[in-house]
Ligand binder design. Structure first.
Ligand SMILES: C[S@@+](CC[C@H](N)C(=O)[O-])C[C@H]1O[C@@H](n2cnc3c(N)ncnc32)[C@H](O)[C@@H]1O
Length: 382
């Protein structure tokens, strides 16, 4: 039971005599009016059954004010019985009921059922509670909007909320996320032992790339020098320094907001001495990194192709590994892999002193769109 629920005077419950409690509970379940987020509880000779809507209950045929009474009572939460999304839906229905405000099915459809978590801040989808109907209801009563956000925050277990938006089409991949509850979009969080920092309103964070971030961090890079050509806030740079134990990472990045976040992330992980940030377009910064790298990471979508040759030039004369990110049609992965090896072999063998290019691994990271996969090709160049 949270303090906030106590402030509201408890959980709306139907009080019935113990002898009929089991039957009434069944009927509430059938009518989808039993609030599964809370546990039924004994009060003297009565059992309190938590409900989701007082108005809907009073409309039922079997409800009689002579044998049933409704009260707000301090019930305990039914931990494990209800998902946070179900609890949000139930508590918001209860709030609307208490306040005699109508909630339509279209509005219920827009309640959040998923979100991205960054420490104590959650980013909900762009369509969540985002419609003319929702906008009008939120402003209809003083303090109502804050109570809705409080319910969502409490059930997601965060203090701040932001709403997702399309990522800007600029090449900086700027975030257009807006804060809806709480002031600051700055977050610090830990993923697989790596600390990250960012301002969710300024830069995007690819949470869908989590498996790839972990895969890269699992590779032993002890003693290696790495070039990360699209470093962002350090999605791969920081795992390579912290988990893979890279000797040095050269991080190329265009966006000053991402560089600020990467700098802070490096401080938090105490790896600043092994990180060199090159601010600017990597078409200009990569040529400054000729023959320094054991490994080059090209984490950009939809295509990393414009940087392939520059990446080969970054490798030491002894060769190394390239990680090339691409969005590919599922049916074209094999033919594209062959094309990629042909293009890179052509350059590496004819214009550099390398003698072979081989495919180490194809990682299918995630579906990006129908039939389109985010793929990473790992190539060895010797
Ligand atoms: C998709 S984000 C990369 C994030 C991370 N690698 C990932 O996959 O989660 C791409 C990053 O590359 C940067 N970027 C795009 N074009 C660039 C360029 N030509 N030179 C340097 N950085 C660039 C963007 O500012 C952005 O931070």
């Amino acid at each position: 039971m949270t303090d906030k629920t106590k402030d509201n005077g408890g959980i709306k419950s139907l009080l019935v005599d113990k002898s009929i409690a089991a039957d009434v509970r069944e009927k509430l379940l059938e009518s989808e009016l039993l609030n599964l987020e809370y546990k039924p509880q004994e009060f003297e000779r009565n059992i309190a059954l938590p409900i989701t809507s007082e108005a809907a209950l009073m409309n039922l045929d079997w409800f009689s004010e002579d044998t049933h009474s409704i009260a707000s009572l301090p019930l305990s939460q039914n931990i494990g019985k209800c998902t946070p999304a179900q609890a949000i839906a139930a508590e918001i229905a209860q709030l609307f009921d208490d306040e005699a405000v109508a909630i339509t099915d279209d509005m219920k459809e827009l309640l959040p059922t998923k979100w991205d978590l960054f420490g104590d801040l959650a980013v909900i989808p762009k369509e969540s509670l985002n419609s003319p109907e929702w906008n009008a209801v939120m402003k209809s009563k003083s303090g109502f909007e804050a109570r809705v956000w409080e319910i969502i925050c409490r059930n997601i277990k965060v203090n701040r909320l932001a709403r997702q938006a399309e990522i800007a089409t600029d090449n900086l991949r700027s975030s257009q996320v807006t804060m809806i509850y709480g002031d600051s979009g700055e977050v610090e969080f830990i993923d697989h032992g790596v600390k990250f920092y960012l301002d969710v309103t300024k830069v995007m964070f690819s949470s869908g790339n989590v498996t790839e971030r972990h895969r890269i961090g699992d590779i032993d890079m002890t003693g290696e020098c790495i070039v990360d050509a699209f470093a962002g806030i350090g999605y791969y740079t920081l795992p390579m320094l912290v988990r893979s134990n890279a000797k040095q990472v050269y991080a190329c990045e265009l966006n000053p907001n991402s560089i600020q976040a990467l700098t802070r992330g490096a401080e938090l992980n105490k790896v600043t001495d092994r990180l060199t940030i090159l601010h600017g377009d990597n078409q200009e910064t990569l040529p400054k990194l000729r023959n320094v790298a054991d490994r080059v990471h090209l984490g950009i979508l939809p295509s990393s192709e414009p940087t392939w040759r520059l990446a080969v030039d970054c490798l030491k004369n002894s060769g190394g590994i390239l990680h090339l990110h691409m969005n590919l049609n599922d049916s074209e992965i094999d033919s594209f892999t062959k094309y990629c090896i042909d293009v890179i072999s052509d350059y590496a063998l004819q214009h550099c002193d390398f003698s072979s290019v081989s495919l180490l691994h194809v990682e299918k990271v995630k579906w990006y769109a129908p039939h389109i996969r985010h793929v990473v090709l790992d190539l060895r160049i010797e």
